[in-house]
Design a protein around this ligand. Structure first.
Ligand code: ADP
Length: 188
């Protein structure tokens, strides 16, 4: 698949690697490493992180279903723009609802859903940002996994079990899967 960016130049469309999972499951860790790895291979890649997106494009958005959808709609719009210019978008967003991920899949021709699978007790034990402790104390309403739902992907392209593997192993598996699926636009 190609996108016509300028009148004479055809650029292969980039993919969107969409990492979904609970807070603390390992999305950002894996997204950051994958982005570095792709760039190291000379492939243009951009990491779109949920927290960053909220800080920069999501002011005023909360965590209701509607606001989460709006946040995701903005991420999808951005990923689509990057993809059209041949850039791989690596998205790390909890994206807890299946219909929101399905929306992303419909909108983005190169959508790859990666379920970053980690049991809630392990995420809670990691508690990277101290958010689970706060949520348990009732200080954060609508916290995914505690007081808000997470719908497990029914049919993701790939599942990475981060409680059973190291980050290195997970990135290796992800990169291998993507190569097999011709992530690299130069090879497409
Ligand atoms: P999220 O972005 O999903 O909220 P983070 O990437 O911020 O999660 O945090 C995940 C934490 O779990 C990090 O401290 C990371 O080092 C750790 N971790 C342990 N094993 C893995 C793994 N296999 N993949 C990713 N992260 C892992």
């Amino acid at each position: 698949m190609t996108a016509q960016v300028h009148s004479q130049i055809q650029i292969p469309t980039g993919k969107t690697v969409w990492l979904t999972g609970l807070s603390g499951a390992g999305k950002s860790t894996l997204a950051s490493r994958l982005t570095d790895r792709l760039r190291g291979q000379g492939q243009p890649a951009e990491w779109l992180d949920g927290d960053e997106l909220r800080r920069n494009l999501g002011r005023g958005l909360g965590f209701s279903r509607e606001d989460r959808f709006e946040n995701i709609r903005r991420a999808v719009y951005l990923a689509g723009m990057l993809n059209r210019h041949g850039v791989t978008a690596v998205v790390s967003l909890i994206s807890p609802y299946a219909d929101m991920r399905d929306y992303a899949r419909r909108e983005l021709p190169g959508f790859v859903e990666v379920y970053v699978d980690c049991p809630l007790p392990v995420c809670e034990q990691r508690d990277v940002k101290g958010l689970y402790a706060k949520a348990r104390r009732g200080e954060i309403p609508e916290f995914t996994g505690i007081s808000d739902p997470y719908e497990i992907p029914a049919n993701p392209e790939l599942t990475l079990r981060t409680a059973e593997r190291t980050p290195e192993e997970c990135v290796e598996e992800l990169a291998a899967w993507l190569t097999g699926n011709r992530l690299d636009p130069l090879r497409a």
